[in-house]
Design a binder for this molecule. Structure first.
Ligand SMILES: O=C(O)CCC(=O)C(=O)O
Ligand SMILES: [Fe+2]
Length: 290
């Protein structure tokens, strides 16, 4: 863990190989498949408190796809236990201590043949409530669990090493994170070298760590297989006014009956359930301009 710790601070990312075992991963993959089917039942993006299914009629695939699901522990007792598995504490404790809250729980899919399966380069600090978060650089650790093997072809995460030391760079703020594709130019504009990007190849069960300032993105899935990735973002409890308890003095802590405000700030005023018609796609934007 010492090595992981040092690499995260020096390079802005680190990979823990074999974080979860093959049998854990089979079970997580089965939950992901069940949750995907549940998402497909919705005609558009669906929110119920922190639980969210991002659903889209993908113009290229010509079918309904699920791109993300947030806070699935609310509908999966198994994932609820896994989000606070002691193996997470072992990785996190040297970095952010024994009192830890969770800000995001996101399952991502890149359905084969779909158009919107890439993420422009960005820093996750962009998606944090800055007033409610302290110690942005080292108070938070983002983790990404490979459910499927992550390869160049299926759009593994790409990281710019040492970019976390550059402060906030304002990447991809001119549009949404899944439209436009000028990855190399985006980087050059802020003085980063596109050739320095590292593709984080991973096997199922490997865990990637990165900071809120680490520049990262991912290419579209051009393979015939899905690329499923589970992102959990953890914060030192003292550094955040948001989040769900995960470990209290090192003790794994289940979700309470009522969700806490994490990233969905309107949780109390507009808990849902409701639908959100996707207005961010190029197709939706073209319709609006007609
Ligand atoms: O799933 C991916 O490739 C990247 C997702 C990401 O960076 C994000 O949601 O902030
Ligand atoms: Fe991100």
């Amino acid at each position: 863990m010492q090595e992981v710790n040092e690499q995260l601070h020096a390079e802005g990312y680190a990979i823990v190989r074999g974080f979860f075992a093959a049998d854990d991963m089979q079970r997580i993959a089965a939950e992901a498949a069940r949750i995907y089917q549940q998402g497909l039942a919705h005609h558009a993006t669906y929110r119920d408190k922190n639980l969210l299914f991002e659903v889209l009629d993908d113009p290229r695939a010509g079918r309904r796809v699920v791109l993300q699901a947030h806070w699935t522990p609310r509908i999966s007792p198994y994932l609820e236990r896994m989000r606070r598995d002691p193996r997470y504490l072992a990785v996190l404790e040297p970095l952010i201590g024994r009192d830890i809250k969770q800000i995001t729980h996101q399952m991502h899919w890149k359905p084969p043949g779909a158009k919107y399966t890439f993420y422009r380069y960005h820093q996750d600090a962009r998606f944090r409530n800055a007033a409610a978060t302290r110690n942005l650089l080292y108070g938070t650790v983002n983790t990404g669990l490979a459910i499927d093997a992550q390869t160049e072809a299926n759009g593994a995460l790409r990281i710019i090493p040492r970019s976390h030391l550059r402060g906030y760079l304002g990447l991809s703020e001119d549009g949404t994170i899944m439209t436009g594709q000028t990855a190399d130019d985006d980087l050059r504009r802020v003085g980063l070298d596109p050739d320095s990007a590292v593709t984080c190849r991973m096997e199922p069960g490997d865990l990637l760590l990165w900071t809120l300032y680490t520049v990262h993105g991912s290419a579209p899935n051009l393979s015939g297989h899905d690329r499923r990735f589970m992102i959990n973002s953890y914060v030192r409890a003292a550094d955040s006014d948001r989040g769900e308890w995960t470990f209290r003095d090192g003790v794994s802590t289940p979700l309470g009956p009522e969700p806490e405000i994490c990233k969905y700030e309107q949780l109390r005023e507009r808990p849902g359930p409701f639908y959100i018609e996707p207005d961010w796609t190029e197709e939706a934007q073209a319709m609006r301009q007609r």
